[in-house]
Design a protein around this ligand. Structure first.
Ligand code: CA
Length: 255
Protein backbone atom coordinates (compact mmCIF):
# COMPACT_ATOMS: atom_id res chain seq x y z
CA UNK A 1 0.00 0.00 0.00
CA UNK A 2 1.39 3.36 -0.98
CA UNK A 3 1.98 5.99 1.69
CA UNK A 4 2.03 9.53 0.37
CA UNK A 5 3.20 12.48 2.41
CA UNK A 6 4.19 16.13 2.20
CA UNK A 7 5.74 18.28 4.90
CA UNK A 8 6.75 21.91 5.18
CA UNK A 9 8.00 24.26 7.87
CA UNK A 10 8.21 28.04 7.89
CA UNK A 11 9.62 30.60 10.30
CA UNK A 12 6.39 32.65 10.15
CA UNK A 13 6.15 36.45 10.09
CA UNK A 14 7.35 37.44 13.57
CA UNK A 15 10.04 35.08 14.90
CA UNK A 16 13.69 35.31 13.85
CA UNK A 17 14.42 31.57 14.17
CA UNK A 18 12.50 28.50 13.21
CA UNK A 19 12.51 26.25 16.30
CA UNK A 20 10.21 23.63 14.73
CA UNK A 21 11.58 20.42 13.18
CA UNK A 22 9.80 17.70 11.28
CA UNK A 23 10.44 14.32 9.71
CA UNK A 24 8.35 12.53 7.07
CA UNK A 25 9.97 9.18 6.32
CA UNK A 26 7.57 6.75 4.57
CA UNK A 27 10.36 4.15 4.40
CA UNK A 28 10.36 3.93 8.20
CA UNK A 29 6.64 4.70 8.43
CA UNK A 30 7.63 7.51 10.81
CA UNK A 31 6.25 11.05 10.84
CA UNK A 32 7.17 13.61 13.50
CA UNK A 33 6.55 17.29 14.25
CA UNK A 34 8.54 18.79 17.14
CA UNK A 35 8.21 22.36 18.40
CA UNK A 36 11.30 23.50 20.27
CA UNK A 37 11.23 25.76 23.30
CA UNK A 38 13.91 27.77 25.01
CA UNK A 39 14.95 30.53 22.60
CA UNK A 40 18.47 31.67 21.71
CA UNK A 41 18.78 28.82 19.18
CA UNK A 42 18.29 26.19 21.93
CA UNK A 43 14.75 25.43 20.79
CA UNK A 44 16.07 24.52 17.36
CA UNK A 45 18.56 22.16 18.96
CA UNK A 46 15.88 20.52 21.12
CA UNK A 47 13.42 19.87 18.30
CA UNK A 48 16.21 18.51 16.07
CA UNK A 49 17.35 16.15 18.85
CA UNK A 50 13.78 14.84 19.12
CA UNK A 51 13.44 14.12 15.42
CA UNK A 52 16.89 12.54 15.11
CA UNK A 53 16.69 10.39 18.25
CA UNK A 54 13.22 9.10 17.36
CA UNK A 55 14.27 8.24 13.80
CA UNK A 56 17.36 6.45 15.10
CA UNK A 57 15.37 4.31 17.52
CA UNK A 58 12.63 3.45 15.00
CA UNK A 59 15.32 2.46 12.50
CA UNK A 60 17.08 0.27 15.09
CA UNK A 61 13.82 -1.51 16.01
CA UNK A 62 12.68 -2.55 12.56
CA UNK A 63 13.50 -6.11 13.64
CA UNK A 64 11.55 -7.14 16.72
CA UNK A 65 14.22 -9.33 18.33
CA UNK A 66 15.89 -6.60 20.28
CA UNK A 67 16.42 -6.10 23.97
CA UNK A 68 13.96 -3.42 24.97
CA UNK A 69 15.66 -0.35 26.52
CA UNK A 70 12.71 0.59 28.71
CA UNK A 71 9.78 -0.99 30.48
CA UNK A 72 7.48 -2.76 27.97
CA UNK A 73 3.87 -1.60 28.31
CA UNK A 74 1.69 -4.69 27.81
CA UNK A 75 -1.42 -2.55 27.16
CA UNK A 76 0.15 -1.35 23.90
CA UNK A 77 1.18 -3.20 20.75
CA UNK A 78 4.73 -3.37 19.43
CA UNK A 79 4.48 -0.07 17.53
CA UNK A 80 2.84 1.58 20.53
CA UNK A 81 5.79 0.57 22.67
CA UNK A 82 8.21 1.61 19.93
CA UNK A 83 6.74 5.07 19.62
CA UNK A 84 6.46 5.57 23.37
CA UNK A 85 10.06 4.43 23.88
CA UNK A 86 11.22 6.71 21.04
CA UNK A 87 9.60 9.69 22.77
CA UNK A 88 11.08 8.81 26.16
CA UNK A 89 14.53 8.32 24.63
CA UNK A 90 14.19 11.71 22.88
CA UNK A 91 13.31 13.23 26.28
CA UNK A 92 16.44 11.64 27.75
CA UNK A 93 18.56 12.84 24.81
CA UNK A 94 17.54 16.46 25.46
CA UNK A 95 18.33 16.08 29.17
CA UNK A 96 21.73 14.55 28.32
CA UNK A 97 22.49 17.41 25.92
CA UNK A 98 21.60 19.98 28.60
CA UNK A 99 24.06 18.30 31.00
CA UNK A 100 26.81 18.69 28.43
CA UNK A 101 25.71 22.23 27.47
CA UNK A 102 24.31 24.00 30.55
CA UNK A 103 23.71 27.17 28.52
CA UNK A 104 20.78 25.32 26.94
CA UNK A 105 19.23 24.63 30.34
CA UNK A 106 15.81 26.05 29.41
CA UNK A 107 15.36 24.08 26.19
CA UNK A 108 12.63 21.55 25.62
CA UNK A 109 10.27 20.40 22.90
CA UNK A 110 6.73 19.32 22.25
CA UNK A 111 6.18 16.43 19.88
CA UNK A 112 3.45 14.74 17.89
CA UNK A 113 4.50 11.58 16.07
CA UNK A 114 2.97 8.66 14.24
CA UNK A 115 4.03 5.30 12.94
CA UNK A 116 2.07 4.15 9.90
CA UNK A 117 2.23 0.62 8.52
CA UNK A 118 -0.31 -0.34 5.86
CA UNK A 119 -3.40 1.29 7.36
CA UNK A 120 -2.38 0.86 11.01
CA UNK A 121 -1.65 4.13 12.78
CA UNK A 122 0.10 4.52 16.11
CA UNK A 123 -0.01 8.09 17.38
CA UNK A 124 1.64 9.73 20.37
CA UNK A 125 2.18 13.25 21.60
CA UNK A 126 3.51 15.42 24.40
CA UNK A 127 2.58 19.11 24.61
CA UNK A 128 0.39 21.11 22.24
CA UNK A 129 1.56 19.93 18.83
CA UNK A 130 -1.51 18.31 17.30
CA UNK A 131 -2.73 15.51 15.07
CA UNK A 132 -5.93 15.85 13.07
CA UNK A 133 -7.90 13.32 11.07
CA UNK A 134 -9.41 14.72 7.87
CA UNK A 135 -11.81 13.01 5.50
CA UNK A 136 -14.85 13.97 3.41
CA UNK A 137 -16.97 13.98 6.59
CA UNK A 138 -14.90 16.66 8.30
CA UNK A 139 -11.96 17.29 10.59
CA UNK A 140 -11.34 15.83 14.03
CA UNK A 141 -8.61 16.78 16.50
CA UNK A 142 -7.08 13.48 17.65
CA UNK A 143 -4.77 14.79 20.35
CA UNK A 144 -5.66 16.53 23.60
CA UNK A 145 -3.29 19.47 24.13
CA UNK A 146 -1.16 19.23 27.24
CA UNK A 147 -1.74 22.91 27.92
CA UNK A 148 -3.17 25.11 30.63
CA UNK A 149 -6.04 26.37 28.44
CA UNK A 150 -6.98 22.82 27.36
CA UNK A 151 -7.30 21.87 31.05
CA UNK A 152 -9.54 24.91 31.64
CA UNK A 153 -11.73 23.93 28.67
CA UNK A 154 -11.93 20.32 29.91
CA UNK A 155 -13.04 21.61 33.33
CA UNK A 156 -15.68 23.89 31.78
CA UNK A 157 -13.94 27.07 32.96
CA UNK A 158 -13.06 28.41 29.49
CA UNK A 159 -14.87 27.92 26.18
CA UNK A 160 -12.81 26.72 23.20
CA UNK A 161 -13.03 30.18 21.61
CA UNK A 162 -11.89 31.88 24.84
CA UNK A 163 -8.97 29.42 24.95
CA UNK A 164 -7.85 30.42 21.45
CA UNK A 165 -7.28 34.05 22.49
CA UNK A 166 -6.38 33.59 26.16
CA UNK A 167 -3.08 35.24 27.23
CA UNK A 168 -1.94 31.87 28.67
CA UNK A 169 -2.74 29.94 25.46
CA UNK A 170 0.94 29.09 24.92
CA UNK A 171 1.48 27.63 28.42
CA UNK A 172 2.05 23.89 28.08
CA UNK A 173 1.80 21.45 30.97
CA UNK A 174 4.41 18.98 29.77
CA UNK A 175 7.33 18.95 27.34
CA UNK A 176 10.26 16.72 26.44
CA UNK A 177 13.43 17.82 28.25
CA UNK A 178 11.62 19.38 31.21
CA UNK A 179 13.10 16.84 33.62
CA UNK A 180 9.77 15.63 35.00
CA UNK A 181 7.93 12.34 34.49
CA UNK A 182 6.13 12.33 31.17
CA UNK A 183 2.61 11.14 30.56
CA UNK A 184 2.83 10.00 26.92
CA UNK A 185 -0.57 9.40 25.35
CA UNK A 186 -0.56 6.66 22.71
CA UNK A 187 -3.46 5.83 20.37
CA UNK A 188 -3.70 2.93 17.92
CA UNK A 189 -6.29 2.89 15.11
CA UNK A 190 -6.91 2.07 11.45
CA UNK A 191 -6.67 4.73 8.75
CA UNK A 192 -9.58 4.62 6.30
CA UNK A 193 -9.10 4.88 2.56
CA UNK A 194 -10.32 8.49 2.42
CA UNK A 195 -8.60 9.56 5.63
CA UNK A 196 -5.68 11.92 5.86
CA UNK A 197 -3.59 12.66 8.91
CA UNK A 198 -2.25 16.11 9.66
CA UNK A 199 0.54 16.62 12.19
CA UNK A 200 1.21 20.27 13.02
CA UNK A 201 2.76 22.71 15.44
CA UNK A 202 0.66 25.31 17.26
CA UNK A 203 1.88 27.92 14.78
CA UNK A 204 -0.62 26.35 12.38
CA UNK A 205 -3.47 25.37 14.74
CA UNK A 206 -3.25 28.71 16.59
CA UNK A 207 -3.48 30.75 13.38
CA UNK A 208 -5.87 28.72 11.20
CA UNK A 209 -9.22 27.40 12.44
CA UNK A 210 -10.07 23.71 12.16
CA UNK A 211 -12.75 24.39 9.54
CA UNK A 212 -10.33 26.52 7.52
CA UNK A 213 -7.73 23.72 7.67
CA UNK A 214 -10.34 21.26 6.39
CA UNK A 215 -11.36 23.59 3.50
CA UNK A 216 -7.75 24.15 2.44
CA UNK A 217 -6.85 20.46 2.41
CA UNK A 218 -10.10 19.45 0.69
CA UNK A 219 -9.58 22.01 -2.09
CA UNK A 220 -5.87 21.44 -2.75
CA UNK A 221 -5.00 19.34 -5.82
CA UNK A 222 -2.42 17.27 -3.91
CA UNK A 223 -0.69 16.99 -0.53
CA UNK A 224 2.21 19.28 -1.41
CA UNK A 225 -0.16 22.04 -2.56
CA UNK A 226 -2.17 21.49 0.63
CA UNK A 227 0.77 21.99 3.04
CA UNK A 228 1.91 25.05 1.04
CA UNK A 229 -1.60 26.55 1.26
CA UNK A 230 -1.80 25.80 5.00
CA UNK A 231 1.46 27.67 5.63
CA UNK A 232 0.45 30.56 3.38
CA UNK A 233 -2.84 30.92 5.25
CA UNK A 234 -1.15 30.79 8.67
CA UNK A 235 1.14 33.59 7.50
CA UNK A 236 -1.79 35.62 6.11
CA UNK A 237 -3.55 35.22 9.47
CA UNK A 238 -0.56 36.74 11.29
CA UNK A 239 2.15 34.08 11.29
CA UNK A 240 2.90 34.81 14.94
CA UNK A 241 4.84 31.58 15.47
CA UNK A 242 6.84 29.02 13.50
CA UNK A 243 4.51 26.95 11.32
CA UNK A 244 4.89 23.26 10.49
CA UNK A 245 2.51 20.86 8.74
CA UNK A 246 2.92 17.23 7.70
CA UNK A 247 0.12 15.52 5.75
CA UNK A 248 -0.07 11.75 5.30
CA UNK A 249 -2.39 9.46 3.37
CA UNK A 250 -2.32 5.75 2.75
CA UNK A 251 -3.96 3.20 0.57
CA UNK A 252 -5.21 5.15 -2.40
CA UNK A 253 -4.40 4.19 -5.96
CA UNK A 254 -2.01 6.52 -7.82
CA UNK A 255 -3.95 9.02 -9.91
CA1 CA B 1 5.22 26.91 18.56
Amino acid sequence: MAIRTAGLTDVGCVRKHNEDSYLAEPGLGLFVVADGLGGHAAGEVASRIVVERMAQFVEETQEKDRTWPLEYDTRLGFDGNRLKAALLLADQAITDDIQRNPERETMGSTVVACLLHESKVTLAHVGDSRAYLLNPDGIQQLTRDHSWVAEQVANGILTPSEARTHPFRNVITQALGSGGDLEVEVQEFELGELDRLLLCSDGLSGMVSDSQIWDIVAQAPDLQAAVEALITTARENGGEDNITAVLIESGREEA
